[in-house]
Design a protein around this ligand. Structure first.
Ligand code: XUL
Ligand code: CO
Length: 426
């Protein structure tokens, strides 16, 4: 059994500098992990995590250009793991996330790699926010993993996810994530939509059964994304995925991992997706990044949009904050940022944005102006007519009679959007 971060004695944490020897542990302007805000430390609120795939695995190719990041750790999984943990220690955050293939590519035993990761977790005190399986890269998944027309591909995907959740469980991961980028379709001319949705539903039920069987205590999260690489996705956004989960009776078993850039690709704001998940008791975690609204794809930039994160964290804090989830920096440097120090600038910017947004969001909660405006706006639903309607004491005819007998002629009220925007930003 691999040891994990939770058992670490903080006094025994060692720094093993190798790849980033000339970089001192980062001191931030806003991120102060031990600072208390609304009864919890910043570290406990934000639960910031660094992902293994972008910085440690991605070599920087694009549609027209070759790979150009030749990082010193890319030669072996062992070096990647070393670099990942050294980097996170320099940043001074507490969590990481990984896909099976990030650290255990084809031909490398995930079990052996899990042992190695466990040793690094023990040495550093860093914990696993979530693990996942990459079900998009391998050619066998060309026509989807669980929604593939061939049941043999479904079976291989099931075996892969079983191994990935086993590894996540051994490493005491706080969540297990599914993002199934090819489980959608390009054309209905070759796609049986009902059949594919039934397959996907079946796969998720199998995963739920297995999770309970092994006693995995973390949450199962789905990460909606509307397109890219496929044109239509079965998990387009939180609302579409909620309907899908309800159809298969799975809505109590999954929460959402909401990614800012995925929300905007779906034509929503990040706050909309967060609010929708919270309103349906399905909020789990965040993949914190920014998209470029002028480009039509998932650019995964470091989070810099302060007002978007202020609003998002304000909504989350109002609902009691993160439980098993956190803020995973699912972000990468631009292709021209070729130096190792650029990796630090990107992550530092993201962490500072989250910290500053948390401070703003907490100040908004303390001031209470936005909440009291909202409360007042709906106050009539909390007594008399409003309560009678909501609690089924009136039918359509009785409501119509009420309108007549009370000569109801409601007057419009300002929504005060500009005043509220000022409260959020100033
Ligand atoms: C893809 C994406 C993934 C998931 C994990 O757009 O965001 O990296 O976060 O599979
Ligand atoms: Co993501």
């Amino acid at each position: 059994m691999a040891p994990t971060g939770q058992q670490v004695d903080e006094g025994k944490i060692q720094m093993n500098d190798h790849f980033f020897q000339n970089i001192e542990p980062i001191q931030y302007r806003y991120y102060n992990p031990k600072q208390k805000i609304l009864g919890k430390t910043m570290e406990e609120h934000l639960r910031i995590s660094v992902c293994a795939w972008h910085t440690f695995c991605w070599e920087g190719p694009d549609m027209f250009g070759q790979p150009l990041f030749h990082r010193p750790w890319m030669k072996s999984p062992e070096e990647k793991i070393k670099a990942l943990f050294e980097f996170i220690q320099k940043l001074g955050v507490k969590y990481f996330t990984f896909h099976d293939v990030d650290l255990a590519p084809a031909g490398v035993s995930l079990e052996k790699i899990t042992d190695l990761i466990g040793e690094e977790m023990k040495r550093t005190g860093i914990e696993l926010l979530w693990g996942t399986a990459n079900l998009t890269g391998h050619p066998r998944y060309m026509a989807g993993a669980m929604t593939n027309p061939d049941p043999a591909v479904f079976a291989v995907a099931a075996a892969q996810v079983k191994a990935a959740i086993d590894a996540t469980h051994r490493l005491k991961g706080h969540n297990y994530v599914l993002w199934n980028g090819r489980d959608g379709y390009e054309t209905l001319l070759n796609t049986d939509l009902r059949q594919e949705m039934d397959q996907y539903g079946r796969f998720l039920s199998l995963l739920v059964d297995y999770k309970h069987k092994i006693g995995f205590k973390g949450a199962l999260l789905i990460e909606p994304k509307p397109r890219e690489p496929m044109k239509h996705q079965y998990d387009f956004d939180c609302a579409t995925t909620s309907a899908f989960l309800r159809k298969y009776g799975l809505e109590k078993e999954f929460q959402f991992n909401i990614e800012s850039n995925h929300a905007t690709l779906a034509g929503h704001t990040f706050s909309h997706e967060i609010a929708y998940a919270l309103a349906n008791d399905a909020f789990g975690s965040l993949d914190a990044n920014d998209g470029d609204l002028l480009l039509g794809w998932d650019t995964d930039q470091f989070p810099m949009d302060l007002s978007q994160y202020t609003h998002g964290l304000y909504l989350i804090l109002q609902h009691g904050g993160f439980k098993t989830g956190g803020c995973n920096l699912d972000a990468k440097v631009r292709r021209q940022s070729i130096d190792l120090q650029d990796l630090f600038y990107g992550h530092i910017n993201g962490i500072e944005t989250l910290a500053k947004a948390l401070l703003h969001a907490a100040a908004l909660i303390e001031k209470n102006d936005l909440q009291s405006f909202m409360k007042k706006r709906y106050e009539h639903w909390h007594s008399g007519l409003g309560q009678d309607i909501l609690h089924k004491k009136m039918n359509f005819e009785q409501i119509a009679n009420y309108v007549q007998t009370h000569r109801l002629d409601p007057k419009p009220h300002s929504g005060r959007q500009e005043m509220l925007e000022g409260m959020l930003n100033l």
